[in-house]
Design a protein around this ligand. Structure first.
Ligand code: ADP
Ligand code: MG
Length: 633
């Protein structure tokens, strides 16, 4: 067969295959055009999940009559004057309108700024008509009908009306987050209408799009490495979701779905979240456009960084540090839910309470989010300021929880279930007159009782906390183990008689390969024949443990992560496995000293608000909430 040059219509259809995959990608292109045109209001209307109708209306600069025909021609753009190195607009390829016009019926109506008349051009599956005069007061209206109706190969792959409709909502939310000052409205017979009014700043827009509860359950991120800046909000690990739809990532203001960035986000939470949970986050990466290539894929959702390792390190490091600094904050969701249930039983009708008055959305953003007009992700302005909530403990290095427990801040009147010695009873029966003055210095307060063998109830300055002792202790042990890996080795306990553990030859091999890492944790092992390991020492911090089970779990952990992860994260997994084995099991009765020691340990430990699986280690009820429950407020 002879080589021929493809005709333009065919070329447009081929390009359309890449640019417009589904209705949501058309919406993305059209809304990006409206943003590039400087619009302050953008309205999106859809019908049939965008398959029958898509309409995007803006009040931007418009297109003059003599450029309308060019706008729908391939490779015609008004945006590349700075060259590919300096792309300041969302669009630049000049492909969207001609691509859409080749697989649908497209109408483009526009009135250029300062022009008395508006014009319309039609493109019906590649056939162009116009421009001719039309009525429009300002801006541009782009209408797309019957998308893919004549392209069966594409039509086949479209999902249900509902799925396409929600994909459109998703892309509009992403674009709305990138442009807080623009008012967005999305409506149509296939959905409930949503409006994001023009926001004062990024904080307000995040509240509108992601929800006010995210604002109260997140930490501010603001970090920089070699002129690459990361800002935004990262959800508390306990505020996780079952899917990744609530992750909003932006590179120089462009919403992206880049694999590397998503995996870096995951990495930042690896320590504090179960593998099947997903963080909620809104993160803006700002860097010199020359250091990132957005021209990797026609849909521009992927990007390529010149130094991906640097970007990854920035994200992972910033998140870990933020969680360590956020110290003793736990998701308010748990407490709010409990309150709701309690209230339901009490059968009262008071409105839902806000738990942390210090973190109320208004107060939270009031000081931090004075975002500039044109660029919420401008590195020159601090749109995000790290938050140091009232009552957060100063973070010191984690300490060995097994060390001598510090004296409790205040005496206690009631010791719950613990059977106390006379001396203990004598000491604890004393109630100091100035309990409250001391509680100020202890965010987790004074232990008062242990309930059901696992829940420590403590009185705090502003209310009470309930601690899950197993989860909390697991976290402390884990942090101590991690410290040990990166610093001084953990003390070990010699076994009088080495314990021989039979394993598969593979397991034995794998464990012995990591013998020196394990030794740092205080676990001394040696090969003992082809399919067994001799254990001579165990980590002192763990006390009595089932050694055989620990070794098998460790081996599984190493097998799973052995090849994929870096040495450090592999070791972190090992530490998590060991920690789980050594934790205070629920059911163990603790004395008040022990409970207080655990509370003090939590105050000293980074990321103590959630266990290694991302569940909260404690919940807090404010006195005002308790008073509300009793109708006192
Ligand atoms: P690109 O956005 O990559 O330039 P498009 O095919 O999306 O390519 O648009 C082609 C051109 O049409 C743009 O460069 C712009 O000049 C013009 N245009 C498209 N949509 C609008 C709009 N809503 N308002 C003003 N101009 C527009
Ligand atoms: Mg465009």
């Amino acid at each position: 067969m002879a080589i021929v040059k493809l005709d333009d219509h065919l070329i447009d259809q081929i390009a359309a295959g890449e640019v417009v995959e589904r209705p949501a990608s058309v919406v993305k292109e059209l809304v990006e055009n409206a943003v590039d045109a400087g619009a302050s209001r953008i309205e999106i209307a859809t019908a049939g999940g965008g398959k029958t109708l898509l309409r995007v209306t803006d009040d931007g600069c418009g297109i003059p009559e003599d450029e309308l025909a060019l706008a729908v021609r391939r490779h015609c753009t008004s945006k590349l004057s700075g060259g590919l190195e300096k792309i300041a607009t969302l669009g630049f390829r000049g492909e969207a309108l001609p691509s859409v016009g080749s697989v649908a019926r497209l109408s483009l109506r526009s009135r250029a700024e300062g022009n008395g008349e508006a014009f319309e051009i039609l493109v019906d599956h590649g056939r162009c008509e116009g421009p001719r005069p039309t009525a429009l007061s300002r801006g541009t209206v782009v209408e797309v009908r019957d998308l893919f109706q004549k392209v069966p190969a594409r039509l086949k792959f479209l999902k249900s009306e509902r799925a396409e409709s929600s994909a459109i909502t998703d892309i509009v939310r992403r674009l709305a987050l990138a442009e807080p000052e623009i008012r967005f409205e999305i409506s149509g017979p296939d959905r409930t209408a949503t409006v994001f009014p023009a926001a004062r700043d990024m904080g307000e827009r995040i509240g509108q799009v992601v929800g006010e509860d995210f604002a109260t359950n997140s930490v501010a991120i603001d970090a920089e490495r070699e002129d690459i800046r990361l800002t935004g909000l990262a959800g508390l690990p306990t505020f996780s979701r079952g899917n990744s739809l609530q992750q909003f990532l932006f590179v120089n203001g462009r919403p992206v779905r880049d694999k590397m960035l998503v995996s870096a986000l995951r990495g930042g939470y690896a320590d504090v979240m179960a593998k099947d949970r997903h963080p909620v986050a809104v993160l803006f990466l700002t860097l010199d456009p020359a250091l990132v290539d957005v021209n990797v894929h026609p849909a521009k959702a992927d990007v390529r960084f010149r130094d991906p390792g640097l970007v990854r390190g920035l994200i992972v490091g910033a998140l870990r540090q933020a969680f360590a600094q956020s110290g003793l904050r736990s998701s308010s969701e748990g407490a709010a839910g409990i309150l709701a249930r309690m209230r339901a039983r009490a059968d009262t009708v008071t409105p839902a309470p806000r738990r942390f008055d210090g973190f109320a959305p208004g107060g939270y953003f009031a000081d931090g989010f004075a975002a500039p007009r044109q660029s919420p992700y401008d590195p020159g302005t601090s749109a995000f300021r790290p938050l140091q909530p009232a009552g957060t403990a100063t973070i010191e290095r984690p300490q060995d929880f097994s060390a001598a427990p510090p004296t409790p801040p205040a005496g206690t009147a009631m010791a719950g279930t613990a059977a106390l010695s006379d001396a203990d009873a004598a000491r604890e029966a004393f109630v100091g007159p100035d309990v409250s003055s001391q509680l100020e210095t202890y965010p987790l307060g004074a232990a008062r009782a242990q309930l059901h063998g696992n829940y420590i109830v403590a009185e705090t300055e502003r209310g009470l906390v309930i601690v899950d002792q197993h989860a909390a202790h697991e976290r402390l042990v884990y942090e101590a183990l991690k410290e040990a890996i990166h610093g001084r080795a953990l003390p070990s306990q010699m076994l009088l008689i080495p314990e021989i553990v039979d394993l598969s030859a593979d397991d034995a091999e794998r464990l012995c390969e990591h013998a020196s890492d394990l030794a740092r944790l205080g676990l001394g092992i040696e090969r003992f024949g082809p399919a067994a390991v001799a254990v001579r020492e165990t980590p002192a911090i763990l006390g009595q443990i089932d050694i055989a089970r620990l070794l098998r779990d460790l081996s599984d952990e190493l097998a799973e992560f052995g090849t994929r992860d870096s040495v450090t994260s592999r070791i972190d997994h090992v530490a998590a496995t060991v920690a789980c084995h050594g934790s205070v099991r629920s059911g163990r009765i603790l004395k008040l000293d022990e409970m207080n020691a655990l509370l003090r340990g939590m105050e000293r430990t980074p990321s103590a608000s959630q266990c290694n699986h991302g569940r909260p280690t404690f919940i807090e009820l404010g006195l005002d909430d308790i008073e509300k429950l009793f109708g006192r407020r």
